[in-house]
Ligand binder design. Structure first.
Ligand SMILES: Cc1ncc(C[n+]2csc(CCOP(=O)(O)OP(=O)(O)O)c2C)c(N)n1
Length: 315
């Protein structure tokens, strides 16, 4: 039976008092990750917004065991922790029945770009680790620089719109697709999650934690200063991403792709773009180009699923 909102435990493991921005999407994701993990896990956390704003020494917001690692190696450290537990259990130093869930957390910069090699290695070696990337679509903590996950047309400090780059980008590109990365590594579980669909989000984290082997979760994570949105627009933007097909909630399990939030009729992508300051410079031509990109992405997912789970745009 699917999880309902009241099935999510009230017990908190991600405490208030942190310095995340008001409305930070990643805060919502971390809170639910910590709830799902409860007292039975350990988090290996790459540098990024969440890391620097939740662990300002000597305080910490984390009620679960947590380790700070370098920007590039959340997956490598998580692999080491998992391997070490295996040895400790084999030697009888740790109770072999003890359930230890190892989780790696990183932003998109630390995943799509700088930690990609460590992530690929972890997936390929088959470590029993859940890797969760909160994707705010740029290097936010260091001042909003473009990453390998920044969408076409988005303003960042390294892709400012101007005469040479009218759309804030220098090429028409499709960002790296982690679903295909997961498929290429043949891992048992991959899922996308979104803070506007909280029961779906929580259920997928729980499910991932229950599966043995490497798991990858890709989280949509609005950033209020980076996306230039209001503090109280995080959920609205998240929901619009799904309703326009910019973001598709899905899971990939045992070789099968399943969309968990079907959208029979899509809204035009313009509705998603125009409430964000980072896209406000776009003209009609650019918006049409992005709509075409989204249409192609939707078509690809429909083809993978084998039927039209995401429908056409309704104007
Ligand atoms: C090897 C290395 N290069 C650069 C940095 C500086 N640095 C720290 S956090 C960060 C940005 C992180 O971006 P992302 O992973 O997307 O997370 P976010 O800040 O957006 O949450 C950078 C560039 C670093 N710590 N280590």
């Amino acid at each position: 039976m699917p999880i309902r909102i009241w099935d999510i435990p009230r017990q908190e493991y991600f405490y208030s008092g942190h310095r995340l921005c008001p409305g930070c999407g990643a805060g919502i994701i971390m809170r639910h990750l910590a709830k799902a993990l409860g007292g039975r896990g350990i988090i290996s956390h790459a540098t990024g917004c969440v890391e620097v704003s939740t662990t300002y020494y000597p305080e910490s917001s984390w009620g679960v065991p947590w380790i700070h690692v370098a920007f590039e190696n959340a997956a490598a450290v998580a692999s080491g922790i998992e391997a070490a537990y295996k040895v400790l259990k084999r030697k009888g130093i740790v109770d072999s029945e003890k359930e230890v869930r190892v989780v790696a957390v990183a932003g998109d910069g630390g995943t799509f770009d700088i930690g990609f090699q460590a992530l690929s290695g972890m997936l390929e070696r088959g470590h029993d680790v859940l890797y969760l990337v909160y994707d705010n679509e740029a290097y936010m903590n260091t001042g909003i620089q473009r990453s390998g996950s920044t969408p076409f047309g988005a303003w960042t400090t390294t892709t400012p719109p101007g005469k040479n780059w009218p759309y804030g980008e220098w090429r028409y590109k499709i960002r790296k697709d982690l679903l295909l990365v997961a498929m290429a590594h043949n891992i048992p579980y991959y899922a996308t999650i979104n803070p506007a669909y909280i029961t779906d989000l929580y259920e997928k984290i729980l499910k991932a934690l229950s599966i043995r082997g490497p798991k990858l979760i890709h989280a949509f994570s609005p950033c209020t200063p980076g996306w230039r949105i209001n503090d109280d627009d995080t959920i609205r933007v998240s929901r619009l991403a799904v309703q326009t097909g910019v973001w598709i909630n899905l899971e990939y399990e045992n070789g099968v792709v399943r969309v968990t939030t079907p959208v029979p009729r899509r809204k035009p992508v313009e509705e998603y773009l125009m409430i964000q300051g980072r896209f406000r410079h776009l003209d009609r031509k650019a918006i049409e180009l992005i709509q075409k990109q989204v249409d192609e992405y939707v078509e690809r997912i429909n083809r993978l699923v084998g039927r039209e789970v995401i429908g056409p745009v309704e104007r």
